[in-house]
Design a binder for this molecule. Structure first.
Ligand code: UD1
Length: 401
């Protein structure tokens, strides 16, 4: 798919079942490296990133077959410890294979991911953590080479509560000898889901869901079946989209507790929200109140909804401030939103959004996954036709938006 052509001005209304979480699957899939055998991962979304991870695991000798959102993985015959650049350059989450490969096989070669569309994204914490567990790390021709005869448990404090580094070090620590204490660990639901899957595989982990993880290494793990948690970013995107158009939605297969901060902000913006078990109903009448957000690690507002919230606030009757404390440069969507007539100024890591101007359709270009979503949301309320180009970014994280 090259572009989406959107004619704005219609209310969204209806029911929707939320998919399994992209970032959940991308953490669960590499965990299958840790124990040979067959795994069924249900509620797996059919997304490009999941296919990229399947290809990467395939290059290690792991077979992955996705049918009706059930992912069948067979990791019985791993025959390579190298994650090639061709996969890693497409998706940074490929870096997740580093920890489990070195933990199980004592050896891994993983291409360095490089930057991404909105700036540098280092992997220093992943490497420092693995070094703390006793891995020797070298860089060779653009690849990280990690070696360890046997990883040993250690104390490691993450200077930044990184999701990827927490997942990587956690997957290494479960097979290390002795106890690992990870402080300031990421407590994002996708990391909690990974820890829960590891426990089902036989790992010993205390403090799951908190920022202090204590891992008692075991000598071996066994395969398991696991269900992927619902995608909180997909859910938030559709809630915001519905609110922008003054519509109503009933959403199923969500975990509202993963969306506490987002729901609170939607309510502050004037949305009427009912939560009932695993469903959320949202109704919106009229323009939103200007509502500032500050992104933060979980349970704060996710950086992955910053771009969509910026689009939302274009409809507000006043000015709002959108601050991204996780990725300071993540504002690639702003110049494109400005092409639709948006009044936004960015100073440092804060977007000042002057709401209330009527947007008008134009041709705009997606630069990354969530930027694409924000352009589509803005197009829903723009007058006339908007062509959103390069929407292939969207297929990375939304199943047939
Ligand atoms: C994950 C998510 C991504 C989300 C991000 C923040 C996946 C596959 N992706 O990405 O959608 O936007 O969390 O919630 O789950 N950092 C370092 N050194 C490191 C690692 C990270 O300085 O070694 C910094 C980053 O530059 C960033 C912050 O830590 O400023 C958070 O990044 P991190 O949580 O690691 O993001 P990812 O795991 O890459």
């Amino acid at each position: 798919m090259d572009k989406l052509v959107i004619r704005g001005g219609r209310k969204l209304s209806g029911r929707l079942r939320v998919s399994g979480a992209k970032n959940g699957s991308l953490a669960l899939m590499p965990a299958t490296i840790l124990a040979p055998g067959v795994y069924h991962l249900s509620n797996t979304p059919n997304l490009r990133d999941v296919r990229t991870m399947s290809q990467l695991l395939g290059s290690l000798g792991i077979s992955c077959e996705l049918k009706d959102n059930e992912l069948l993985i067979d990791s019985s015959n791993i025959n390579s410890f190298e994650a090639p650049y061709e996969h890693v350059k497409k998706m940074r989450a490929s870096f997740y294979v580093l920890g489990p490969l070195v933990a199980r096989f004592g050896e891994a070669r993983v291409s360095l991911p490089g930057g991404c569309a909105w700036g540098p994204r280092p992997v220093d914490l992943h490497l420092k953590g693995l070094e703390k567990l006793g891995a020797e790390i070298q860089i060779d021709k653009g690849y990280i080479v990690a070696r360890a005869r046997k990883l040993t448990g250690a104390k490691f404090h993450l200077d930044i509560s990184s999701v990827g580094a927490t997942g990587n070090i956690l997957m290494a620590a479960v097979l290390a000898k002795g106890t690992t204490l990870l402080s300031n660990a990421a407590a994002e639901p996708e990391i909690t889901a990974l820890a829960e899957m590891l426990v089902r595989m036989g790992a010993r982990i205390d403090g799951i869901g908190t920022s202090m993880l204590e891992i008692e290494g075991v000598s071996q793990l066994k395969p398991t079946d696991h269900s992927t948690l619902p995608d909180r970013i997909e859910a938030a995107t559709y809630l915001i989209a519905t609110a922008m158009t003054g519509g109503n939605i009933e959403m199923e297969n969500v975990n509202p507790s993963h969306l506490t901060s987002v729901i609170a902000k939607l309510e502050e913006a004037g949305c009427k929200i009912d939560v009932n078990g695993s469903s959320i109903r949202l109704e919106m009448d009229g323009p939103p109140n200007p509502t500032d957000i500050v992104t933060a690690v979980y349970p704060g507002i996710p950086t992955d909804i910053q771009a969509q919230w910026t689009a939302f606030m274009l409809c507000a009757g006043g000015t709002s401030r959108i601050t991204d404390t996780v990725y300071h440069d993540r504002f690639k969507h702003v110049p494109e939103l400005q092409r639709l007539g948006a009044g936004i100024e960015v100073h440092d890591n804060v977007a000042h959004v002057a709401g209330g101007r009527q947007l008008s359709g134009a041709t705009v270009m997606s630069s990354d996954l969530r930027a694409s979503a924000s352009l589509i949301l803005a197009a829903l309320v723009a007058e006339g036709k908007t062509d959103v180009l390069r929407v292939y970014h969207l297929d990375r994280g939304y199943e047939a938006m």
